[in-house]
Design a protein around this ligand. Structure first.
Ligand code: ADP
Ligand code: MG
Length: 598
C-alpha cells in the first residue's frame, strides 16, 4: 500500500499558519504590509479584544479584481514575484504568498475589495479555508479585510495567547515598526472603539514625534541630532539622542530598506559611539534607517524573523559608529580629541576611505575624585560614572564572587567607619579595608524590603497633597493597567483620568520626598525594558526601579549612625555583595594589596 499522500490545502495552510501567524500581532503585520504593498496612503486598523475577536485593516490601495480576490487566498499565490530571480531585487514587504492562506486557515475572514477601474467590488467570506460566500458588493476603492475569532479552530494556539494587555502591547510594537518607516502614509489605530493612535502623513521626524511625543511635554525629537552618511556600501540616516537626554527607557530602532530589523551587533556600534558619554544604566534612543542594495542583505528571511544578515557587517559597523560619533561630536562644545589615540576600539577599521574620522568629546574639567559633600544635582555629570563601570556586556555575567568578604568584625558596634568621597563607606578589618558603595548598598537593602512589602501587600502609602498627572503613551497605558495590582501593593494610588493619563494620588512613603512622575516613568521603562512578563518579574522590576529611585544618592554625606544602620541592614541580606542587577556593592582591599603598595 502506498503511504505517501498529499496534504489537503486546508491542513497545509494550518501548518504554515503555525509559522507565519503566531499571534494577533503577526496577523496585523501581514495585513498592514499587504496594504502598503498595494500602495495605500491611508490605512486604518481596528482591533477588538487585542485582536482575539477582531482585527480589521481598511486601506485605499489598488484593490483586487474578482479573480484575484479569490486567488489571494490560495497558497503561494502572489502578485509580487514571478521567478526565483526576483527574490534578489525585492523591495516589497511580502513575497511568499503565504500570509492570506495562513490567516484564513485559522480564522473567519471577510474581505471587500475594489479596483478603481471596476464598478462593483467583490465580497468574499472564508471560514477556516472554506469559501462560504463570494458575491459582488459596493465598496470604496481599496481593500477592507476583517479577521474574526483568530485561532477559533486551533485551541492550543488560543490558549497560548497572553493577556489582552500583553497582546495589545505586541500589536502596538508591531505597528510602531511599520509606521516609523512609512511616514507618508496616514495611519489610525483603534482598539475597542478608542482611538489609540492617529498619525497624519509627514516626515520621519514628525512621525517619530507623533508616536512617542506627548503634546503636553517638550518635543520628543528636540532631544535628538541628525545622523547622516553616504558610502558606496550603505547610506545611513536617522536620529540619535543627545547624551544628556538619555534615559533608562530607550527607544531603539533600526530599519533597513523600509523594514524594521533587530541587529544586536549594530546596536553595539551605536553604544560604542556613546562610550564614556552615558551614565551607567542610561541607554541612548535612536532611529536609524539604512539603505543598502538588496543584493548585499539576505532577503529570504523567515517572515516572522526580524534579524537580517548583511554581507559586510564589520564595515557597516565602522561606518555606523563613525557616523553616530560624528553626529554626537557636532553639537558638543567641549574640545574634541582624536578617539583613535585612546585605543579604545579593537575592531579593525575596514578599507573604506569614506569613513569619516571619529571624534569624541571629553570634559577637560572632569575629576571623578572631586567631592562635593552634598547631593549631586540630579543631572550631574553623567559621562564619568560609566567610565568606572564594567563594560556593558560583562556586567551581568561577571559577578564577583571569588572573594569571600563577610565583614564578621562589623558585629562590633565600636568598629570605626568613614565615608569616603561622598560615595563609599570604608571599614577597616582584620583582612584589610572593605569599601562599600553607599548607593548600591542601599539599593540592595531597599530592593529586598520592597519585594517583601509587595509579597505581603503592606507597602506604606503616602497621600499626595496635590495629586500629579502623568501622561502616557498607548503602550505605557496598557502596561500600567497590567501592573496596577503590583503598583497598588507597594503604595501607589492611581486613578485613570483620560485615555492617556493617570492622576497619582498616593506614593510609596519611601519616595514621598521625590517627584512621583519620573519615579513612575522609571518603573514603567524598567518593566518594559527587561521584558518582564509574569507577576513575579513585575515585582522584581518594580522593586528594583523603586529602590534605585529611593536609595541614598552618591554624593550624599552620611553620619555615623546612618552608615552603621546601612551596613548592618546590608549584612542581613545573604546576597549582599552584588546589587539585584549584578553590580558590585562591596570590595576588599586586602592587607597584602596594601602592603604591596609600599
Ligand atoms: P504576499 O503578500 O506574500 O504576496 P499574501 O498572501 O499576503 O501574499 O497576499 C497574496 C496576494 O493578495 C498579494 O500578492 C496581493 O496581490 C493580494 N493582496 C493581499 N492584500 C491586498 C491588499 N490589501 N490590497 C491589494 N491586494 C492585496
Ligand atoms: Mg503579504
Amino acid at each position: 500500500m502506498d503511504i505517501i499522500h498529499l496534504l489537503p490545502d486546508s491542513v497545509a495552510n494550518q501548518i504554515a499558519a503555525g509559522e507565519v501567524i503566531q499571534r494577533p500581532a503577526s496577523c496585523l503585520k501581514e495585513l498592514v504590509e499587504n496594504s502598503l504593498d498595494a500602495g495605500a496612503t491611508r490605512i486604518q486598523v481596528i482591533v477588538r479584544d487585542a485582536g482575539r475577536t477582531l482585527l480589521q485593516v481598511i486601506d485605499n490601495g489598488i484593490g483586487m479584481s474578482e479573480m484575484d480576490a479569490r486567488l489571494a487566498f490560495e497558497r503561494h499565490a502572489t502578485s509580487k514575484i514571478r521567478e526565483a530571480q526576483d527574490l534578489f531585487t525585492l523591495r516589497t514587504m511580502g513575497f511568499r504568498g503565504e500570509a492570506l492562506p495562513s490567516i484564513c486557515a485559522v480564522s473567519q475572514v471577510e474581505m471587500m475589495t475594489r479596483r478603481a477601474e471596476d464598478e462593483t467590488g467583490t465580497l468574499i467570506e472564508i471560514h477556516g479555508s472554506d469559501v462560504v460566500r463570494q458575491e459582488p458588493c459596493s465598496c470604496p476603492v481599496g481593500t477592507n479585510i476583517k479577521v474574526s475569532n483568530l485561532f477559533f479552530n486551533v485551541p492550543v494556539r488560543r490558549k497560548f495567547l497572553k493577556t489582552d494587555q500583553t497582546e495589545l502591547r505586541n500589536l502596538l510594537t508591531e505597528f510602531y515598526h511599520i509606521v516609523l518607516v512609512y511616514p507618508k502614509v496616514n495611519f489610525t489605530f483603534v482598539h475597542n472603539d478608542e482611538i489609540l493612535l492617529e498619525l497624519p502623513a509627514g516626515t520621519e521626524k514628525q512621525r517619530i514625534e507623533a508616536v512617542f511625543g506627548n503634546p503636553k511635554r517638550n518635543a520628543f525629537t528636540s532631544a535628538f541630532v541628525d545622523v547622516h552618511t553616504e558610502t558606496e556600501l550603505v547610506s545611513i540616516r536617522g536620529f540619535v539622542i543627545k547624551p544628556e537626554n538619555a534615559t533608562r527607557k530607550a527607544e531603539q530602532y533600526f530599519f533597513v530598506n523600509g523594514r524594521y530589523m533587530r541587529h544586536p551587533y549594530f546596536q553595539k556600534a551605536v553604544m560604542t559611539a556613546y562610550s564614556g558619554m552615558l551614565t551607567a544604566d542610561y541607554q541612548p534612543s535612536f532611529f536609524i534607517y539604512f539603505d543598502i542594495s538588496p543584493e548585499s542583505i539576505d532577503v529570504n528571511i523567515h517572515p516572522t524573523k526580524t534579524e537580517i544578515k548583511f554581507a559586510d557587517e564589520q564595515a557597516i559597523f565602522q561606518i555606523l559608529m563613525a557616523a553616530v560619533r560624528e553626529a554626537l561630536g557636532k553639537f558638543t562644545l567641549a574640545p574634541t580629541i582624536d578617539f583613535d589615540t585612546r585605543g579604545a576600539i579593537d575592531i579593525p577599521m575596514p578599507a573604506t576611505d569614506r569613513v569619516s574620522r571619529p571624534q569624541v568629546a571629553v570634559d577637560p574639567t572632569y575629576n571623578p575624585f572631586h567631592t562635593r559633600g552634598t547631593i549631586y544635582p540630579d543631572k550631574a555629570p553623567k559621562s564619568w560614572e560609566s567610565l568606572y563601570e564594567a563594560p556593558q556586556s560583562s556586567r551581568n555575567i561577571d559577578i564577583p564572587v571569588s572573594r569571600n568578604i563577610d565583614i564578621p568584625e562589623f558585629r562590633d558596634a565600636e568598629m570605626p567607619l568613614w565615608q569616603y568621597n561622598g560615595k563609599y563607606i570604608l571599614l577597616p578589618g582584620e583582612e584589610g579595608l572593605t569599601m562599600i558603595h553607599q548607593h548600591r548598598a542601599h539599593v540592595t537593602v531597599l530592593y529586598h524590603r520592597f519585594l517583601d512589602q509587595m509579597a505581603h501587600a503592606q507597602g506604606a502609602s503616602q497621600q499626595l497633597l496635590f495629586p500629579e498627572v502623568i501622561s502616557l503613551s498607548p503602550d505605557e497605558m496598557v502596561l500600567v493597567g497590567q501592573i496596577a495590582e503590583e503598583l497598588r501593593t507597594i503604595g501607589f494610588e492611581l486613578e485613570q483620568l483620560s485615555p492617556d493619563s493617570y492622576s497619582i494620588q498616593g506614593v510609596p512613603s519611601q519616595i514621598a520626598a521625590q517627584s512621583p512622575v519620573p519615579v513612575l516613568q522609571q518603573i514603567l521603562s524598567c518593566v518594559r525594558e527587561r521584558g518582564a512578563d509574569t507577576r513575579a518579574e513585575w515585582r522584581e522590576q518594580i522593586a528594583l526601579s523603586l529602590a534605585q529611585s529611593a536609595a541614598i544618592p552618591v554624593g550624599k554625606s552620611l553620619n555615623e549612625k546612618e552608615m552603621r544602620e546601612l551596613v548592618s541592614s546590608l549584612m542581613q541580606i545573604p546576597t549582599h555583595r552584588i546589587t539585584p542587577d549584578g553590580k558590585t556593592v562591596l570590595s576588599l582591599l586586602s592587607n597584602e594589596e596594601i602592603e604591596k603598595k609600599f
